[in-house]
Design a binder for this molecule. Structure first.
Ligand SMILES: N[C@@H](CCC(=O)N[C@@H](CS)C(=O)NCC(=O)O)C(=O)O
Length: 206
């Protein structure tokens, strides 16, 4: 199985999940700063993902899986004993999917692309930061009521995804100081050996 990734991006989330699940991954880096988009082996990434973004997971039979939230569920389901995702069909699984959808649409896609492109202007960036603050307040309240993880006592793929997205906060000047439960979750996830290993493998320094 091969993960197409770019250092410091959302592809860290499936990378962490694969390590947590004990799944061996081949890694192929994509330079997302350039068009045409090529991988480190010189392959045309448009042939892998016509949308050009990472992550993409190439299965051994040639199937390409796209979208981070689908990829992490696929990986977790390959290793059910890891407990990284509740069983498909359970209410807990739907609650997990609810968090994955929330992180993807309410957090990830508010950070990116808006806060990574100064050319969009300070007004757009201020709106993005204030929207993120409102959504993080929601996460904070959920964690205060039933943490320490998004699903309660159990660490899951949603926490790895949340960690990945919020690791962009310092660089993008998103202030987490009002969200102690969120910061605690991020610290706790960041200390996990799988997370440290994924960061090392991507040569990433947060
Ligand atoms: N909907 C996609 C979005 C992935 C995404 O935003 N990837 C970013 C990195 S975090 C990227 O590759 N950006 C480069 C581009 O869009 O060209 C997913 O959730 O997997």
């Amino acid at each position: 199985m091969k993960l197409y990734y770019a250092t410091g991006t959302c592809s860290l989330s499936p990378h962490i999940v694969a390590i947590e699940a004990g799944i061996a991954l081949e890694l192929e880096r994509v330079d997302i700063r350039k068009i045409p988009r090529v991988t480190e082996t010189g392959a045309d990434y448009a042939q892998v993902n016509p949308n050009l973004y990472v992550p993409a997971l190439a299965l051994d039979d040639g199937t390409i899986l796209l979208e981070g939230t689908a990829i992490v569920q696929y990986l977790a389901d390959l290793a059910p004993a890891s407990g990284l995702a509740p069983p498909p069909g359970s209410l807990a699984r739907v609650q997990l999917q609810s968090w994955l959808g929330f992180i993807a649409t309410e957090l990830h896609k508010v950070f990116s692309p808006w806060l990574f492109h100064p050319e969009y202007g300070t007004q757009a960036q201020d709106v993005a930061r204030s929207r993120l603050a409102a959504r993080l307040d929601y996460v904070e309240r959920q964690l205060a009521a039933g943490g320490p993880y998004l699903l309660g006592e159990r660490y899951s793929i949603a926490d790895a995804y949340l960690y990945t997205i919020l690791s962009w906060s310092a660089h993008t000047k998103v202030d987490l100081s009002a969200f102690p439960q969120v910061r605690r979750l991020i610290e706790r996830v960041g200390e996990r050996p799988a997370v440290q290993q994924a960061l090392r493998e991507e040569e990433c320094r947060y």
